[in-house]
Design a protein around this ligand. Structure first.
Ligand code: FAD
Ligand code: MG
Length: 342
């Protein structure tokens, strides 16, 4: 005769098995969290597991804790505090992003510059007290901006800002690195397909079922969030947009956005509303979306065409769109407010 205790324990085991098998079969919904200053959404589709999602969001938090320029105690904050005083030891994550940022600074002649921090702080675009700075303040900030004074020691694994008052800001490139790191976790978990969307920094991992391309909406820079100019079809690629719509304020009818000119200290004005870069690695797409926006169409497109595997979509203030050769067959205009030009 089975004792009551054993009977209860068998019942619990059956219930536990039934519960665990039914929860295993249930698809786990996509997960969203607010990290790195933006809404991060990850969809692992049918192969998503709680462990994979947990690992992904822990990794995003880790990257934020190392690279945020806005929080105290990060490695970027330590580099900024030690500007003009001493080099700071940094984790390989941070070193890799700084190395890439310096590369984009170098190839853009400083139009992209990770030492833009003093200007970013001065304008404070995205916060409630954003305002047009005084010319004297802009001049002072511009004096401090020079990527060549951001020194990496590859042997000692340190980064150093040579002048007091300099400020490192990796906001234009760190989200791309974060998306690549999420893709690495997905690969390790042998998950075949996923969409990683870190505030518009989209990485389409693998393909849709049946080896079909993903169809990703390209943000309308003149419209509401979530409205599109068209659809881009991609497989295993990343797509990152930089534009005037992400963070801005309007004063006396003029829009002041967050991509700043390292020449005059004002938001870049060159007729562009947005630049979307399509690439294999998100760190490159993110770095280049800001770089190409800052360079403007002519110099930007020359840079895009010089790098194999890269393509760009340019949206202009007159609502015209130009495509670089790499996306001519994969982008479809769907918004009648815009028109394609050669
Ligand atoms: P991108 O075009 O990719 O980048 C624009 C950003 O790059 C600007 O906002 C500025 O920071 C910088 N920049 C401007 N001009 C130049 C230039 N000429 N060269 C190089 N860089 C330039 N936001 C918050 O509000 N709160 C937070 O706590 C916060 N934490 C963050 C932590 C991390 C690790 C990161 C990466 C970002 C964080 N952010 C936070 C967001 C950040 O401040 C930027 O607004 C955001 O990264 C801009 O990304 P984007 O893709 O919209 O534009
Ligand atoms: Mg960028």
């Amino acid at each position: 005769m089975i004792s009551t205790k054993i009977r209860i324990s068998i019942l619990f085991t059956i219930l536990a098995l039934a519960f665990s098998s039914s929860s295993c079969a249930e698809p786990i919904p996509p997960q969203t969290e607010f990290i790195i200053g933006t809404v991060c959404n990850v969809n692992l589709f049918e192969k998503g597991s709680r462990e994979a999602y947990k690992e992904i969001f822990a990794r995003l938090r880790e990257i934020e804790e190392r690279m945020s320029a806005n929080a105290e105690g990060t490695e970027v904050d330590a580099i900024n505090q030690a500007a003009g005083i001493h080099p700071v030891s940094v984790h390989p994550d941070t070193l890799e992003v700084i190395r890439a940022a310096r590369h984009y600074a170098e190839i853009s002649g400083g139009a992209f510059d990770p030492t833009v921090g003093p200007l970013v702080k001065l304008w404070n675009i995205g916060s409630e007290d954003a305002a047009i700075p005084l010319q004297s303040e802009l001049d002072q900030a511009l004096h401090l901006i020079d990527w060549r004074n951001l020194v990496i020691d590859e042997t000692a694994k340190t980064a150093f800002l040579k002048q007091r008052g300099m400020r490192l800001d990796l906001g234009a490139i760190a989200k791309g690195y974060a998306a690549d790191e999420v893709a690495r976790i997905i690969e390790r978990h042998r998950i075949p397909r996923a969409i990683i969307d870190l505030g518009g920094n989209v990485l389409a991992y693998g393909s849709k079922q049946g080896n079909k391309p993903w169809r990703i909406g390209v943000q309308d820079p003149s419209g509401a969030r979530g409205s599109y100019i068209g659809i881009l079809e991609i497989i295993n690629k990343t797509m990152v947009t930089s534009g005037v719509y992400e963070r801005f304020f309007i004063e006396e009818g003029r829009r002041y956005h967050h991509i700043l000119s390292t020449h005059d200290g004002y938001p870049v004005q060159n007729g562009l509303l947005s630049v979307t870069i399509v690439a294999d690695r998100s760190i490159d797409a993110d770095g280049l979306s800001t770089t190409v926006f800052a360079l403007g169409y002519e110099r930007g497109e020359a840079l895009v065409e010089s790098i194999p595997g890269l393509a760009a979509i340019y949206v202009f203030e007159d609502l015209s769109i130009k495509l670089s050769p790499g996306v001519k067959n994969s982008f479809k205009l769907t918004n009648p407010n815009f028109h394609l030009v050669k």
